[in-house]
Design a binder for this molecule. Sequence first.
Ligand code: IMP
Length: 417
Amino acid sequence: MPALAVLGAQWGDEAKGKVAHVLARDAQFSVRFNGGPNAGHTVQDGYGMARMHQVPVGALHPGCVGVLAHGMALDLWALWEELEDLREQGRPEPVLAFSPRVHLILPHHKLREELEGSAQRIGTTRRGVGPCYEDRAARRGLRLADLDDEEGVRNTLERAVAELRVRGYRDELPIEQTVDALLSFRRELGERVGGVRDRLEHALSEGKYVLFEGAQGALLDLDWGTYPYVTSSTTTVHGVGWGAGIRTDRLDRVIGVCKAYTTRVGEGPFPTEDRGPSGKHMRDVGREYGATTGRPRRCGWLDLVALRYACEINGLTELVMSKLDVLTGLSEVWLCDAYRIAGTRQERFPTRAAELSAAVPVYERLPGWRADLSGKRTGDDLPRPVQRLVSFVEDRVGVPVKTVSVGPGEEQLVALG
Ligand code: IMP
């Protein structure tokens, strides 16, 4: 059985949740290694629609252990709500394992995010994720393991509140209540904390099936994304080492998920954004509203310069192209194969956001299609223009598109060739 990673190959929201859920069916472990409640993975199954934020989607399968590894920014209050929502749907309790090294999002992180203005500047999800990772790097964070030291927890919170006061924050902050809540979470987690890396290494050595579930997408990676309009974690394959402590050469398959078009939430450059009727079509038909914040997503054509870059950075072995059905009815489908920057054609993805903002897409226009794709189940059933689009993408990015998705259902994933 393989070890594999499922990663976003764009700016997040590529429908990784569905893909990871299908792939995790026979997995022994399903591992989240980056991000926290900023993620929103939607899964539709026999129990209904689950909106997952921190619980690995693989853990919805009985028999698959969901691992919350140390690279996450974990909000225990939000986790409790998520688990409660799953219970209300009548689902069995997911089996979870937590790294003791995972950093915790605390109430002051959300306040700091507002005070710093990053919510407005970057268009963050306002979940306190950035400030939690800041504290981790500044060596003043609180990890799950640190909850075993009550006095240490109190000291960390008091220092954080003193710092907020320096920044002009005047409202009451209930430190004792927060300490009590954290200690009670820790008691409830009990034996589920600890030993996760050893268990993963052991499973991998035994050839067991382990799935790594990426959150967000390559272009939101702290280092490889469109900095500073990025999230604060490693969203690429390198996050498997960074956030779960597992060597990436352990992975047999690295699967990138991309839409047949592009979306982005929050601020930052987006060369192929379409503010006209085609972008509106994508938003309306694709129901492009954030799973975490409800914000309308910015929509535009598929950007092959960016996708090629995501394939390279991640060493993707294959692609899943989602939401092909959303393009049905458009007379043409445009694909950006290069940029024109300061009058020069460029096929490489630029490093600076300012350069990307100045990029004018050079489009290849392919014919559209009118046929309903939702019932198609084999590659040969797909209309010629769809097959042509898929071949064009494979040819230009150099990675095979092994699966396409033609609707929200899991049975609507079509394996190609
Ligand atoms: P943060 O992760 O909340 O700090 O937000 C930083 C940037 O990443 C913003 O542009 C967010 O909209 C974006 N972002 C964070 N998580 C997701 C996600 O799961 N999907 C899409 N965009 C995201």
